[in-house]
Structures are given as C-alpha cells and as structure tokens.
Write a protein that binds this ligand. Sequence first.
Ligand code: SAM
Ligand code: SF4
Length: 454
Amino acid sequence: MTEPRRLFIKTYGCQMNVYDSERMADVLRPLGYVMADQPEGADLVVLNTCHIREKAAEKVYSELGRLKVLREEKAAAGGGRMTIAVAGCVAQAEGQEIMTRQPAVDLVVGPQAYHQLPELIARVSRKRGERLAADFAPEDKFDSLPNTRAANGPTAFLTVQEGCDKFCTFCVVPYTRGAEWSRPAESVLAEARRLAEQGVREVTLLGQNVNAYDGPGPDGTPWTLARLLRALAEIPGLDRLRYTTSHPRDFEGPGGDALIAAHAEVDAVMPYLHLPVQSGSDKILRAMNRKHTAESYLRLVERVRAARPDLALSGDFIVGFPGETEADFEATLQLVRESRYASCFSFKYSRRPGTPASAMPGQVPEEVIDERLQRLQALLVEQQVAFNAAQVGRTLPVLLVKKGRHPGQAIGRSPYLQSVHVNGAEQLLGSIVAVTIEGAAQNSLAGALLKAAA
Ligand code: SAM
Ligand code: SF4
C-alpha cells in the first residue's frame, strides 16, 4: 500500500465554488488523495478562488505568501514536495499574473477545467510552470467528472447551470465563468439519485442565474427549472429542494410562471427564494444594466408570495454604485421596507477592472458607502430578527444536519433556511423532525423536539 497523499482545499466565495471544491476532491480521490484539515504538510494545496470583489481576490495573494513558507518548511523537514494550485475565478481572470506575482504556484486552473487536475498535476511533477489555457467548456467538465460523488451529510449542492450572459455593468462573472449553459436534465437527475442513495435529504440546485435553466431533457427538448424540480421531487429520499441564485428577469415568461406554480404545488420545493435586486432606484438599475425596475421586482415578489404566503425572501444589494445619490439610496431602503426580507446580503460596490461601471463617473466616496451600508444593514437585521421571532410558537419540520456545541444537541435547518438548535436530538442526525420553536435570535432559532417525523 502506498501512503495516502494529503489534499487541502481552501474555498473562497460562492456556493458554486463549494460545489466545485467537492468535485475536485472526487476527481483526486482515485489518485490516493485524502482530505486534510490544514495546509501544513499537505502534498497538494488548492486555493479555489473568488474574483467577485477586490478584497476576495487580494486575499488569495496573501494566502499564497503563507503557503510558500509552509512549502519550504515541508521540504526542509524532508516531507517532500507541496504542489500549490490556484483554481476558480481569480485563476481564470489573472492566471498569468498569479504565476508572475507568486512563483511558488505550480499550476493555475480555471473553473471549467478542474476535471483535468490529475493530468495537470502529473505534468507539473515533471515540469513546473504549467498554466492551463482559460477555456469555457462546462459540457466537457461535466462529461468528464467521475460518477462517484461523495456526500458530506444530509444536504448537498448540485450545480445545474453555469455562466452568465447578462453583463451587469459591475460584475466580472460573464468574463470569468463564460456564457450561460445548462447541464442536461438526466445528468442532474443521476447525480441527485447518487446523493439520495447516500442519505442526502436536501439538495440545493446552483447556478449563476439558476432560473435561466434550460437544459435538454431526455428527448433533447429544453426543460425549465420547474420541470427539473418536479422530476427531482420524485427521487425517493429527496425531501427538500432549493435553488439559488435567481434573477428577476428570468422569472418573465412561462418558465417563471411554472416555477412560481411549483412553489405552490410541489411539497419538496422549500418556501425560500434568493432573488437579488441590487438597488431600489430605477436610475441605478438602468446604469447597472439589470433590465428590471424596482416596481417589477416588487410585483414579482407579490406573485411568488401569492403562491407561497410564508415565503422567506432573500436578496443581494450593492451600496455605492457609481452615481448613487442619497435619494437613490433612500429608494433602496424603501424597497427593502416593502419587500420584507427574511435574510439578505449587502455589499459595498467594488470597482472591478475591465467592467463598464469601473469607468463610470460619480464613483461614491468610501466613507459615504460605509455610512449607507450601515443604515441598510440595520434595516435588514431588523427584518431578519422580526422574521425569526415570528416562528416562535410554531412547530416546524427541521432537517438535522450536524452536532451542536452542547452534548446531545443537534443543529438543523428549517424550511426557511434558518439554523435551529435542538437539544437531545443528536441521535437523529440526517432525519427530519418536528420541532416546536421556543426562542429566536438574529441568526438562529432554538426549539424542542416534538416527535420524529421521518
Ligand atoms: N447572478 C446573480 C444575480 O444577478 O442576482 C448574482 C451572482 S453574483 C456572483 C453575487 C452577488 O455579488 C451579486 O448579486 C452582487 O450583489 C454581488 N456583486 C457582484 N459584483 C459586485 C461588485 N463589483 N461589487 C460588489 N458586489 C458585487
Ligand atoms: Fe453578475 Fe449580473 Fe450575471 Fe448576476 S446577472 S452573475 S450580477 S452579470
């Protein structure tokens, strides 16, 4: 038996990167790689990077500096070579720059090419300095990924759509992830079946604009996301389905109507929707090239709530987009008040080189952005606290996903994606149980087991 090789993967950014990191581990497992918790002493370290905001990208370079030291320590201790790979969107966007700025990097691999990691690693072990051409062929990747998909607990991500054709003026995704592409339905269903066989009860379908899904069905005609969800709901054991991130524009037309109907009619589809709007000002939305208005967004939220009145709404906001005035920002606060979010993400505008917005006049000073972000977040926290408090006294089905901090405690997920602490439930991990909610805080609920529901 040869010694197992130790693999450490550090994941930055979005859930799609979390999925990609898991699949990298699947690709490398047959070569004898086992996952390590720390980079110290690892034989292969992969940084799976995010390019969406400047800070996320810069973190990669400081981490690479630390890895260079660890690699030297490993070699000095006679521990052999540590191969360092940079994957993900920074790799795609700045491949050559990474190699130049940090010579300790052995290879750079874009988000559509990581299925080639075994071959690339073999090549760099012979000759370092390999850089994979930045290609955009997700179909090749999904065709080449192994059928083995190791589940990691009762919940899993599953990528169904990649890339983006929408070109919001602030965003790098269309440049780093390529054109919109949907995975064939059968390939998604097969992966979901394998996950269910391993005890996965809840799957979250991922896509940059997941509701733009139009992958070919078994007869070659495109399926909508609603159709895919209905087929997934038939898989024994898969009790809960989620999808993220949705774009308001992709709710237009029959596909959107079908998706809203699925929320009303398919029990497995959870009452949760992540629907970013970015701003409440139509002037800013136009400058962002979002192609929806504040009003059309609010009407859409109303339609989904008509189908699913208990919907937990989530979203993303960018504060301080070029040209944003106090009045524009006030329109954002007004939209938040009308939307009533259960939870939300809000970001300071980050100027990304090469995007149209980076060259726009009216860049907003940092201190103005900071102050507005604080006001927005205070309002969002207030709404989140109110949404959580409204669950107290209800009995909710909770999927128990992991052990809690206290003996016997388990942490689960409500249908609304809230974290729920349940005492004396540790032995029920992986099952869905009825929990009476007794307390609520900003980021979690606490409850008591009513009875085992499944
Ligand atoms: N496709 C999704 C949509 O349009 O709603 C979002 C995908 S993007 C990876 C996730 C979030 O990052 C966006 O919704 C946006 O709020 C944020 N984001 C993207 N570019 C940004 C930038 N330059 N500065 C700050 N936030 C940004
Ligand atoms: Fe980025 Fe806009 Fe595409 Fe979302 S829709 S990934 S924000 S370009």
